[in-house]
Design a protein around this ligand. Structure first.
Ligand code: NDP
Ligand code: BG6
Length: 493
């Protein structure tokens, strides 16, 4: 079997039971991630992968449906012809109806065949949230909730605070909080985790990581795709619920949190929770909602749902007082790119004022740009001297850490890391119930205050509506660069 990823942590032999195992999430994300981990040797032939769904499906049909989603792994240079067949041997298919309970006996028999205290048994609810409660009750009545059981769920974890609280109550009625793994797939992304390494494994940034040195923070999560097939889900959700309540607030937390004393699940989550609780409700002028121009035509009805949102956030604490966090996300934007840009304060005094080659070159502040995707990397913008005689001409240059150039190879998908963490019992990259609630407590008033306001229309292929956050001006946003790796400072010429 192929050895593609270096130094993968050992994972105990486990059973993954994917309820909703024939659905889009299971076929597009969960099983391909398990296949990559199988190719890497983390998932061994002692694992069992049980796909449970209402429909009766043969192994061959399941394989035919799954294969297109595993193409990248199948065509990898190190993958052998037999690997997919060997992987499929781990798969068991169970016909199960959560609502009627049909098939629960068969599932229970399968689970008990291998049940052992040191063999994690992971139930992944890849079904609609309305089925989370009934699924938990069925697992309980079938007698398969054991001390070694774990439960994995993912968004949408509620539509607002009250519904999120109700989901939490349903899960906690059957599983202990220590057994519940709430996925925010952004936390499984390599560069998102690297943000913690950058901050807490290096000494040079921490002393600058505050309102004395930082002017403002910008977070952009831009997508080029529209809502497509998901229009009916999306229209009930909108960008604030779909992206800000979860992924973007998690990014804000990782930028703003205090250093935990250990990289330990509860300590990391305690610190993130403090950030969420320190967020001040933005004024109406600090929320900009947009909708791309052909959204209503795609949806087939009129709608106030935002496909774009920009917010000016304030983290109300000693470290961040006076430092705005500008965040924006949207569909059908100019480029697919996610970046965090930390803009440092301007120099207090300019000793080179007489040696300037042009007014706007050397006046740029230092910036730390963390590119989350694609072309992952970190850049530090510095002002340097232009080589050669002719006076002290300054220009912006960059220290550039490209993940691809430095580490090479493929970066694992977020689900690969997160799925292995569930088996290893590591909850650090999963959201705790109180975090989810704190995020909704922040979001609810924004939703309430903006619900009746029609979103501003924007053209597809732009970076959202023109009048983007009151008073900031058109050149305020730092747009992601189209090619992060090879970009050269353009003001040098
Ligand atoms: P799908 O509709 O594609 O799949 C739903 C799955 O649930 C199917 O396997 C279906 O089986 C099964 N199911 C439905 N009802 C029952 C039942 N009564 N008993 C047993 N199984 C049942 O949905 P998705 O996979 O897209 O989404 C699942 C959940 O994950 C949703 O909450 C979604 O919001 C969330 N999610 C999805 C993402 C994605 O990329 N798709 C990303 C993040 C979250 P059958 O076909 O036999 O009825
Ligand atoms: C999902 C949202 O959670 O994240 C989608 O529901 C969005 O609307 C997706 O497209 C973005 O994820 P990624 O990993 O492509 O940035």
């Amino acid at each position: 079997m192929a050895e593609m990823m270096p130094q993968s942590a050992l994972v105990p032999d486990s059973d993954y039971i994917i309820i909703g195992g024939t659905g889009d999430l299971a076929l597009r994300k969960i099983f391909p991630a398990l296949f990559w981990r199988f190719l890497d040797g983390q998932v061994t032939s002692s694992f069992r992968l049980i796909a449970a769904a209402r429909q009766e499906i043969s192994k061959k049909d399941f394989a035919d449906r799954l294969r297109p989603f595993c193409e990248e792994a199948l065509y990898h240079a190190d993958t052998k012809d037999t690997d997919f067949e060997l992987f499929l041997k781990l798969v068991h298919l169970v016909k199960l109806d959560i609502l009627s309970g049909e098939g629960a006996d068969r599932l229970a028999t399968l689970v008990h065949e291998k049940a052992k205290a040191d063999r994690p048994c992971i139930f992944y609810l890849a079904v609609a949230p309305s089925l989370f409660g009934p699924s938990c009750q069925l697992l309980k009545s079938a007698g398969v909730v054991l001390p070694q059981s774990r439960l994995v769920v993912e968004k949408p974890l509620g539509h607002d605070y009250a519904s999120a609280e109700a989901i939490g109550t349903e899960l906690q009625a059957v599983f202990d909080e220590k057994q519940i793994y709430r996925i925010d797939h952004y936390l499984g992304k390599e560069t998102v985790q690297n943000l913690m390494a950058l901050r807490f494994a290096n000494v040079i940034f921490e002393s600058q990581w505050n309102n004395a040195a930082i002017d403002h923070v910008q977070i952009t999560v831009a997508e080029t795709v529209g809502v497509g097939q998901r229009a009916s889900y999306y229209d009930d959700s909108g960008a604030i619920r779909d992206m800000v309540q979860n992924h973007i607030l998690q990014l804000v937390c990782l930028v703003a949190m205090e250093p935990p004393s250990h990289f330990d699940a509860d300590q990391v989550r305690d610190e993130k929770l403090r950030v969420l609780r320190a967020l001040r409700t933005p004024d109406l002028g600090d929320v900009m909602r947009g909708q791309y121009q052909d959204y209503e035509a795609e949806l087939g009805k009129s709608s106030n749902t935002e496909t774009y949102v920009a917010l000016k956030l304030a983290v109300n604490n000693w470290r961040w007082a006076g430092v705005p966090f500008y965040v924006r996300t949207g569909k059908k934007l100019a480029t697919r790119a996610s970046e965090i840009v930390i803009t440092f304060k301007s120099k207090p005094h300019d000793i080179f004022a007489n040696g300037r080659s042009s007014a706007d070159q050397d006046d740029l502040p230092n910036r730390l740009i963390i590119r989350l995707q694609p072309a992952e990397g970190v850049k530090l913008q510095l002002i340097s001297k232009e080589p050669g005689p002719g006076g002290m001409r300054l220009f912006p240059a960059e220290l550039n850490l490209s993940f691809d150039d430095t580490f090479g190879g493929r970066l694992p998908d977020a689900y690969e890391r997160l799925l292995m963490d569930t088996a290893r019992g590591n909850q650090t990259l999963f959201m705790r119930h109180d975090e989810v609630l704190a995020a909704w407590a922040f979001i609810d008033p924004i939703l309430r205050d903006t619900a009746e306001r029609p979103p501003a229309l924007y053209k597809a292929g732009t970076f959202g509506p023109e009048d983007n956050l009151s008073g900031q001006g058109p050149s305020f946003w730092i747009d992601p660069q189209s090619d992060f790796r090879s970009e050269q400072p353009d003001s040098h010429s």
